[in-house]
Design a protein around this ligand. Sequence first.
Ligand code: SF4
Ligand code: SF4
Ligand code: FES
Length: 484
Amino acid sequence: MPQIFIDGQPFEARTEQTVLEAAQEHGVYIPRLCWHPKLSIAGNCRICVVQIEGRSWVEISCNMPVSEGLRVLTDSDLVRAHRKATMQFITLNHPVDCGICDKAGECTLQDYHAAYNGEASVSREPKVASTKFYSLSERITLDNERCILCTRCVRFTREISKSHALGVQERGDHSVIRPAGSLGSKTLDEDAYSDNIVDICPVGALLSKSFLYKSRVWYLKATPSVCPGCERGCAIDIWHRRPEWFVHSLDAAQNCAIERVTPRDNPAVNGPWVCNKARDLAQVFERPRAEAPMRKGRVVALDEALSAARALVERSRHAVALVSSAGSNEELQAFQGALGGRFTSFVKRDAMPLPGEVVADDLLIRADKNPNGFTARALFGGAEVAFAPETDLVLVWGQGVEFSRLPRGVPVIFLDAFMQPENGHADVFFPLSLQTERAGHYTNFAGVTSGFEACFAKPASVVHAEDVFRSLAPVKALTQAVSP
Ligand code: SF4
Ligand code: SF4
Ligand code: FES
């Protein structure tokens, strides 16, 4: 372990580290624009310069290996002067349109300008004009005037998603990011991970069309969650309006809308990436909701629905449950504790691959499109769904069941969150809360358990599945379920 000195302080570094990485590990921040921990080193922005003691020039730290006795200065007069000059250079043609830029509030260039430059441009030349809206894909637009040509986006498509979708065209101040269009490259539309380039772009050059001009980021709060799109269970942040910025006029639905979804770095699960399916969770969660309990299509009070379902459970002798593989660990355990002894339970797949969706790959995407098959199968086994002839009650929890394939004439209790014809066909229907309305945990295919928190309050008329299961428990099972 080489010992290095950063600003006079001795630190133990690891042989494979660069000065920038070793400094970061020990809490010394060196600015960076083109460097990213998961991408190759490009060394093109020059903002990460440091000075080796005794030398009269600066060098980039993102590509400087540590060595025994190395003494670097990260904040000398020379370093500060070069950083300032570099910021002047990088912003030479950068427009001053932070007021309308989606990245404002989380833009590295904005922060560095305040920290390391802080002065108006010294240039007397007009800024080079370039394309403001270049559509790179159905999902992403590019503002070439804001691009600082760090090439993070290009390296991401080459090294991580492997679509090779992007490249740099032209030279000097004519350089622009464009679709690569080369032999063997895919388009950005074909890249299932494309939206990660919006996150890693250090400026507001790459913009998500679904978030474009939708909200200022300081109005939003990020709630930790887990993507339910497949059994990987990627860690995500769901962004929604902060309570202190709730709108009290216009459309109040904005207060409980998912504004955007971004990855939350979890090295044990997804690293800093997610696939585009996570970005589109609003389309899943904001489908028309079922909000009223029903008996054979007739809206009833929750108490009446519970009494009717309880009577069906008590009368049954051969009850079958089709258990959700999208239920949380807490919900699955609640079902097992309250009703597991009463039902023969089978784990079903609530979700299957959608047409056109990448089914599986060797980066993140898994073929099982349910977040918690791991816990469901651990509790209820992996047997195929089968109905014995004597089946006298079926409980369906969640999606993925064709009602026409259930045994004819057998009463059905159905629990789900969304509006669909099957709700009215069930003998008793319970409208469930969404993942964004409760806290819980999923355990992914590799056995890693991740937690999610509630973003919004549930509508008063919907119920948590856990509460329904406990209410339906025969008295003996309930006593067992709640005893320590
Ligand atoms: S678009 Fe963003 S990530 Fe890509 S080169 Fe430009 S500044 Fe870098
Ligand atoms: S890989 Fe699976 S869990 Fe991760 S973001 Fe994509 S769909 Fe969601
Ligand atoms: S971060 Fe080192 S040159 Fe860009």
